[in-house]
Design a protein around this ligand. Sequence first.
Ligand code: GAR
Length: 212
Amino acid sequence: MSRKIRIAVLASGGGTNLQALIDAERSGNIPDGEIAIVICNRKSAYAAERAKEAGIRAEIVTRKAYGGQEGFEARMTELFEEENIELIVLAGFLNILSEDFVRRYDHRIINIHPSLIPAFCGEGFYGLVPHIAALERGVRVTGATVHFVNEIADGGEIIAQKAVEVRPGDTPEELQKRVMEQAEWVILPEAVSRICTERIQQKEREQDNGCI
Ligand code: GAR
């Protein structure tokens, strides 16, 4: 049996956070985890191409193809079971998961959000929206947050945060780019690696206890 934590990455778009995870794994910075599958909920998601290029299984699972949210989540569950997934990473995944789904994977789903939660988060705050809101509010620092996913949008336990300065005259796109480069692509791989190592250590402790 594999001693690494098997990871599913869920993405909807460009997949730069997925790429940061792939690069981190390849360079040995996620020693206790491996990306086993990438699931995209949009046919056009470039993230699927990035996965394929890296030799990772990529699946397109749309709500439309599976008759709505329930069928869509059932298909994802099937894929997680097939691949023995223990950690689910939402990396730019623009779909609100049902309460049932989220509860089933309690503390096994994490998300990257492009602001310092609790600012500029919750339903509707995705992609450029948190950056537009940050600029409108005139904050001098923003950033990114990695958190566990629970039934409240962006409401789960915070795992990691990193602040990024807002510069005078920033456009939402410029701010988004800086937040990605300086925060998201840094804290997401770090958090994933830390969780995988903790889970492996926990398994080892459980095994040791079982032997006594
Ligand atoms: C990222 O900025 C991510 O933080 C954000 O979508 C972008 C996806 O980019 N996620 C959210 O807004 C979730 N609420 P990517 O596809 O290049 O990783």
